[in-house]
Design a protein around this ligand. Structure first.
Ligand code: SF4
Length: 462
């Protein structure tokens, strides 16, 4: 899998807020593994951040006093992977210190950077778009943070789920399209905002609700309080959160991601039935959809691939031989003598790992291998916070669906349809972003920007 998650954010009010934020970041580690950081406030700000996994950045546990904390796990979808780009960002403002953690991607970052330099003489220390948001808030007019947040939202275009730590409390903000998730949770001693509800259980807390698109929520000493609403835009929740990015125990729309992925597998079984003896998921992200395929088809689900959890992700490999060796290190097949196998994967990006996995099953003496992919063909890049591939790298742009089975050495292959995906997520084109499958971005300017985003995006002046 070569899709990289974006970032995870958390905001905590309660005793030992930093400790809670760090625990929450552990639960959100799947959203970013490059860097981690926590900022706290107890009259003055405190910040600790560094490169690496949460367990490395916070060992030994730094002294981060205060009942208010925000935290950030980063994978760079814009900017480079360097310490200067690690979140949260802490800036001084005329309203006091501001710490900001951001999940998403700002598509007019170049224009904002230019405007900050021209109008305010500001040079960011990093190439992260999150720092640009912090600086925009610092220079914004207005005597309250909600006013400044609205001013920022009029200028920053793209995907953002934010947690802000200020002298006057903690704010959560979701962009008006609701592209990235942000949820509110309750713990025994306080309140939590987090990218995913899976962060609440580790704190002994419970999921209260998701923030609405465009909602500004304030966490105060007395609990959560409405702090405003950004001007409405068409909703566009990222469908890929349900397909791959989010943890299966996270809840969207009252349903776990696991249940949604099962529904994707059920749809897939309806769209691409086949006679077979065993349904196998590519662990771990294909497992839920494989269970759904099995339930709908009546074909037993079984373990077919054992995953070595200590092998790093299959990063871009120099050649196919090396890639195949890594796949053999990562997955080991169980004996499949004479079995007709349905292999379910969550998605296919470059298509260079699926072939070796099919070969593994054939090496385990599977008689037939039928691949089922629990999402439609990926054809367009994401400019809204997920690092996938460039248009030329997507296998679906080079190998049409009807030729994919032969390409990966399978007996048959089927992709979930867009309508089947929408049925599974209980959504529609009016409330979900599907741009990586359809090329229709929730920000229309991006439609024409595919392949050469920067010149077009520069035209978006703040
Ligand atoms: S383009 Fe794809 S990955 Fe990006 S926000 Fe839209 S659905 Fe999500």
């Amino acid at each position: 899998m070569t899709i990289r998650d974006e970032c995870g954010v958390i905001g905590v009010h309660g005793e030992e807020a930093a400790r809670a934020a760090i625990l929450g970041l552990h639960a959100l580690q799947h959203r970013g593994q490059e860097s981690a950081g926590v900022a706290t406030f107890d009259g003055i700000p405190h910040l600790h951040k560094g490169m690496g996994l949460v367990e490395h950045v916070f060992a030994p546990l730094p002294d981060l006093p205060g009942e208010w904390a925000i935290g950030h796990n980063r994978y760079s979808t814009s900017g480079t992977s360097v310490a200067a780009s690690a979140g949260p960002f802490l800036v001084e403002t005329d309203l006091g210190p501001l710490a900001l953690a951001h999940n998403g991607n700002i598509v007019n970052a170049g224009a904002i950077r230019q405007r900050l330099a021209d109008d305010h003489g500001l040079t960011p220390v990093s190439d992260s778009d999150s720092e640009l948001l912090a600086l925009l808030l610092a220079v914004a007019p207005g005597e309250s943070w909600p006013v400044r947040i609205r001013w920022m939202a009029e200028r920053a275009l793209g995907a953002y789920a934010l947690v802000l730590l200020t002298e006057s409390g903690l704010f959560g903000v979701r962009d008006p399209m609701g592209i990235r998730p942000l949820a509110l949770g309750r713990t025994a001693g306080g309140w939590v905002l987090a990218s995913e509800s899976c962060a609440f259980a580790v704190l002994g807390g419970r999921h209260v609700r998701e923030l609405e698109p465009g909602e500004i929520l304030s966490l105060t000493p007395n609990g959560p309080a409405p702090a405003g609403q950004l001007p409405a835009m068409p909703r566009a929740f990222c469908a890929f959160e349900s397909i791959y990015l989010s943890r299966p125990d996270t809840v969207y729309g009252g349903r776990t991601v696991h249940a949604t992925r099962r529904a994707m597998g059920e749809q897939l079984a309806l769209e691409y039935p086949v006679e077979a003896d065993l349904v196998v998921g590519v662990p771990d992200s294909g497992t839920s959809a494989a269970l759904g395929y099995a339930a709908q088809s009546g074909i037993p689900f079984g373990e077919g691939l054992i995953k070595n959890r200590y092998i790093a992700r299959t990063f871009i490999q120099p050649d196919q031989t090396e890639r195949e060796r890594l796949i053999r290190m990562k997955f080991a097949p169980l004996p499949l003598r004479g079995k007709r196998v349905v292999l379910v994967d969550d998605s296919v990006v470059r298509g260079n790992t699926l072939g070796p996995i099919v070969a593994l099953l054939r090496g385990a003496e599977a008689r037939e291998v039928h691949v089922r992919v629990a999402c439609p063909p990926l054809t367009h890049p994401c400019y809204l916070g997920v690092d996938m591939a460039s248009p030329g790298e997507f296998i679906a742009n080079r190998v049409p669906p009807e030729a994919m089975a032969a390409y990966v050495g399978a007996d048959s292959l089927g992709y979930l349809s867009v309508s089947g995906l929408l049925r599974a997520v209980h959504g529609s084109t009016d409330d979900h972003c599907l741009a990586c499958f359809t090329g229709r971005y929730p920000i229309p300017l991006l439609d024409s920007a595919v392949g050469t985003p920067e010149p077009a995006l520069q035209e978006l002046a703040p």
